[in-house]
Design a protein around this ligand. Structure first.
Ligand code: ZN
Ligand code: ZN
Length: 417
């Protein structure tokens, strides 16, 4: 039994936070050479004899031996040439292939292959196994799917896979830039944990100490291994994969993305929306996320130096916000009537400032995280990820209005600068 399954089981009783944390992930295997046992694992988990194997050309090539391991199954295929952006047309197509049939799905790849499968399987109520080909992001165990529809990217409630398989040989062999991107997606959890705790402190948002600790432990383990991330080493690749899975499972435990995503993910999401609108293929998720995280750690670190603050009711120029959002303005307007900071009392913000500083200081500093990211081969500057500085700073400024969610970045409008 993998470490991950042990942890899932340890959460099965009602938690002190009052929630019974559950996930539909029922079997997680991480070991060397598992590509040859995929069929056996699916049988053990009562998958149908009919399998739809979904992959792209690269992920199928990386998983040599997988088709042979499925001897005895009736396999049908959906192999994409390349799938960089998961779109609703992919979901619809897959759903049509499995609906009302006795069939289970095996997704071979990472985010953009797995995400449409997750949603199609949820809609058609089919079993799903994910065979991971690179430790590039934290969505493997996730229950939701980020999908682009009509040029807009949104997160759809979908389902977690019943089975997750990571062959450490294949993970270790994956391209370095994907492993570094996975590291960037993980380091973001420091900002996520800060934002989640501040929201809990100021407006009483639900928070679970145990789930937060699960994420934090997975992250700290990974940061200690930063210098091994780009090396072709099976043990390290397995550990990175395990950390990514833990945070995905943390999200399914809380049924929201709080344990894994803070203001940095929202900034990156807005950047992506702008790029999709302009017909630009976005970078790998974790590359942009890593840079957004560093920028936020720098900003939060600066704020934490202030011994006290003067807080006020905010006075936002909403017309300016909506004009930035253009076509998306209607959605943004709905998310801000009321707006999340209506719940924040300026006096409480002032009175809790020391606690907020302590929360910020409970995670490694900007300098420490930057050093770890350099070791892990991550991109670290706005120009490394090919963004225009003005666009980047606009996305930092306007992104908090894309969500009805409290982050420290969203609170800046209430703090006298
Ligand atoms: Zn809990
Ligand atoms: Zn992420």
């Amino acid at each position: 039994m993998s470490n991950v399954m042990e942890i899932i089981r340890s959460f099965s009783k009602t938690c002190p936070c009052g929630v019974k944390h559950e996930t539909t992930v029922g079997d997680v295997r991480i070991a060397s050479g598992l590509v040859n046992s995929v069929g056996a694992i699916l049988r053990e988990n009562s998958f149908s004899d009919n399998i739809l194997l979904v992959a792209d050309k690269d992920t199928l090539k990386a998983s040599e031996g997988i088709v042979e391991s499925l001897k005895g199954f009736n396999i049908s295929y959906k192999i994409y040439d390349e799938i960089r952006v998961a779109e609703m047309k992919h979901v619809d197509e897959l759903e049509k292939m499995i609906k009302d049939k006795d069939i289970s799905v095996l997704s071979v790849g990472t985010g953009s292959v797995n995400d449409p499968c997750r949603l199609a399987c949820a809609r058609a109520d089919k079993k799903l196994a994910i065979f991971a080909t690179a430790p590039s992001m934290d969505g493997f165990a996730s229950y939701s799917s980020p999908i682009v529809d009509n040029g807009f990217k949104a997160s759809y409630p979908a389902k977690s896979p019943e089975v997750i398989i990571g062959d450490t040989k294949i993970l270790a062999n994956s391209p370095t830039y994907l492993k570094s991107a996975g590291f960037g997606d993980m380091i973001a959890k420091y900002v996520a944990l800060i934002d989640w705790q501040i929201s809990h402190l100021l407006i009483g948002e639900y928070y679970c100490e145990r789930v937060a600790k699960l994420t934090r432990d997975a992250l700290d383990t990974l940061v200690e291994m930063a210098d091994k991330v780009t090396v072709n080493d099976e043990e390290t690749a397995g550990k990175i994969f395990e950390s990514l899975l833990m945070t995905g499972i943390g999200m399914s435990f809380t049924q929201n993305s709080r344990p894994a995503s803070g203001c940095e993910h929202i900034i990156s999401h807005l950047l992506e929306c702008v790029e999709l609108r302009d017909g630009i293929i976005p970078n790998f998720h974790g590359e942009d996320i890593g840079v957004c995280t560093l920028e936020m750690l720098k900003l939060y670190g600066e704020l934490a130096k202030r011994e006290g603050i003067t807080a006020k009711r905010e006075n936002i120029d909403w017309e300016d916000v909506y004009s930035f959002y253009g076509e998306m303005a209607d959605d943004v307007r709905k998310l801000n009537n009321p707006t999340i900071t209506d719940k924040v009392d300026p006096v409480a913000l002032e009175e809790n400032w020391q606690k907020i500083r302590d929360i910020i200081n409970s995670v490694p500093s900007y300098e420490e995280c930057k050093a770890a990211m350099i070791k892990a081969g991550c991109k670290i500057t706005v120009s490394d990820i090919g963004k225009d500085e003005k666009l980047f700073s606009d996305c930092v400024k306007y992104s908090p209005y894309m969500r009805y969610r409290l982050t420290l970045l969203r609170l800046l409008t209430m703090i006298e600068m």
